[in-house]
Design a protein around this ligand. Structure first.
Ligand SMILES: CC(=O)SCCNC(=O)CCNC(=O)[C@H](O)C(C)(C)COP(=O)(O)OP(=O)(O)OC[C@H]1O[C@@H](n2cnc3c(N)ncnc32)[C@H](O)[C@@H]1OP(=O)(O)O
Length: 224
């Protein structure tokens, strides 16, 4: 069994656990690089780790300072930690880490798609031919990405969103839960497409769009 080390915690940590278990990986540790902010409707990383006991898994919780790479480990970033790109660069510079891809066995990834390092693909997602997911893209459950669409580094595709073909999605973009994008769009870096939006036109960088059809709401400053 290969050992998985996860950097950063969030509410989607359990999805990474789930995918690791489905891939028969041993979840060795969760490394926190900043204090966890647990809101009153959240569950803590300790509670999530406790859930794993029934599978005989007891990952260690480590601080960033305690982490030292060991032989036979696979690495992946947690999905929603602040400044994921800064964390990834630091891990590469300090330790020369390479990140694994983690794909749920129920997902379909076209053999004609390309995945960068650190890409996560959740259960029942479908990645079409000619798609390119750049490094550390996080694809949640039940997402479809149409043929030849490119998704930039550190972007997040939330559950059940559907992306048409031939689009170019920037870096650190969030596509909200259940959003739909028609084909041939250009979405700027750090844009946020709200839950359930139907996006029928290009979106400028740092813009939040919401609604059906999606309209500009405000500027956002997403730091993924
Ligand atoms: C497994 C999981 O749980 S994964 C979870 C994944 N989660 C998501 O995808 C959620 C995505 N988040 C959203 O869609 C949020 O509503 C956000 C990020 C767009 C809200 O952004 P905020 O900056 O907090 O905006 P705020 O809530 O103040 O709303 C601003 C305005 O936009 C409207 N608005 C916010 N979200 C939406 C939406 N999805 N669709 C339509 N209108 C919306 C609000 O009603 C408000 O309108 P008003 O100005 O007329 O009052």
């Amino acid at each position: 069994m290969r050992n998985l080390v996860i950097f950063g915690a969030s509410n989607i940590l359990s999805d990474i656990f789930d995918c690791a278990i489905a891939n028969q990986l041993h979840i060795k540790s969760v490394v926190l690089h900043h204090a966890e902010a647990v809101g009153e409707r959240d569950r803590s990383v300790q509670e999530r780790i406790a859930d794993l006991q029934v599978f005989g898994q007891t990952p260690q919780l480590l601080s960033f300072e305690e982490f030292q790479p060991q032989a036979d480990e696979l690495y992946i970033l947690g999905p929603t930690t602040p400044q994921r790109s800064v964390l990834a660069s630091e891990l590469v510079q300090r330790f020369g880490l390479k990140f694994t891809t983690l794909i749920h066995p129920t997902a379909y990834v076209s053999p004609l798609a390309k995945l960068g390092q650190g890409v996560f693909i959740g259960a029942n997602s479908v990645i079409g031919p000619g798609v390119h997911l750049d490094q550390h893209v996080f694809v949640n459950r039940g997402v479809t990405v149409g043929h030849d669409t490119r998704v930039g580094a550190f972007s997040r595709l939330q559950p059940g969103c559907n992306l048409g073909g031939l689009s170019v999605i920037g870096e650190a973009v969030t596509v909200g839960i259940g959003a739909t994008l028609i084909e041939r769009l250009v979405i700027g870096d750090h844009a946020f497409l709200g839950a359930g939006a139907v996006v029928t036109g290009d979106v400028a960088y740092n813009s939040l769009v919401v609604g059906v059809p999606a309209k500009f709401k405000k500027l956002v400053n997403q730091d993924l």
